[in-house]
Design a protein around this ligand. Structure first.
Ligand code: IMP
Ligand code: MG
Length: 201
């Protein structure tokens, strides 16, 4: 029994090592996904975004408006790198089903904060067609924020259909469906620390 603890830890570490080196392709529900962006590269990109924001937003006491569910992981990483006083709130606005954008935008839920005269930073996991973000901007327009900035961790420039001024982008990616780091495929994969892209059928 004395030795139970150390081997268990080694085994855990071994599994983690194994999964990083050898398991670059995973299956979620009915599709295969291959490793695309590692947690280390994600962290570097989030750090750069936070540095830009720390510079731009200093003294403005911004409120971060995090779009659930996908952006919760990115927001948690980003907020811990923000060094100026800030506030955070969460809203829900979903448009996705499966791997196709439906363009059917649902209600904006959960916004109880007063945005009047505030610097608002909308925090999104990914901007694809831009319909969600465009809708979001229209929904908060009447709330008279002093300024509204858009921060998205990922952007698919080739998919963008809306004329949006996006202030902060972590990474630009090709027009492939991805999962991990908060992003899901029909309820699978949000918990993955790395980002994977779908393997074409
Ligand atoms: P848009 O309205 O087409 O810009 O899509 C925005 C939303 O769709 C994002 O907030 C995501 O929740 C979801 N989404 C877009 N692309 C992907 C993807 O590649 N994987 C998972 N979700 C995505
Ligand atoms: Mg999202």
């Amino acid at each position: 029994m004395r030795f139970l603890q150390p081997p268990a830890i080694i085994e855990l570490a071994g599994n983690y090592f194994f999964s990083n080196i050898f398991m670059d392709t995973i299956t979620l529900k009915d599709r295969d996904f291959s490793l695309f962006i590692t947690a280390g590269d994600i962290d570097k990109a989030v750090t750069v975004m936070a540095q830009q924001m720390n510079h731009d937003l200093q003294g403005k006491h911004p409120i971060f408006l995090v779009i659930l569910s996908g952006a919760f992981v990115f927001a948690a990483d980003l907020l811990r790198k923000i060094k100026t006083d800030c506030d955070v709130t969460f809203v829900r606005l979903s448009s996705y089903s499966g791997t196709q954008s439906t363009e059917k935008i649902r209600e904006l839920l959960g916004l109880n904060e007063v945005l009047k005269d505030r610097t608002v930073v909308i925090v999104e996991d990914i901007i694809d067609t831009g319909h969600t973000m465009d809708d979001m901007i229209h929904k908060i327009r009447h709330l008279e924020a002093a300024e509204v900035k858009i921060a998205t961790f990922l952007l698919k420039p080739a998919a963008l259909r809306k004329d949006l001024k996006i202030h902060y982008v972590g990474m630009e990616i090709p027009n492939d469906f991805i999962v991990g780091y908060g992003l899901d495929y029909d309820g699978y994969g949000r918990n993955l620390p790395d980002i994977y892209k779908v393997v074409p059928e």
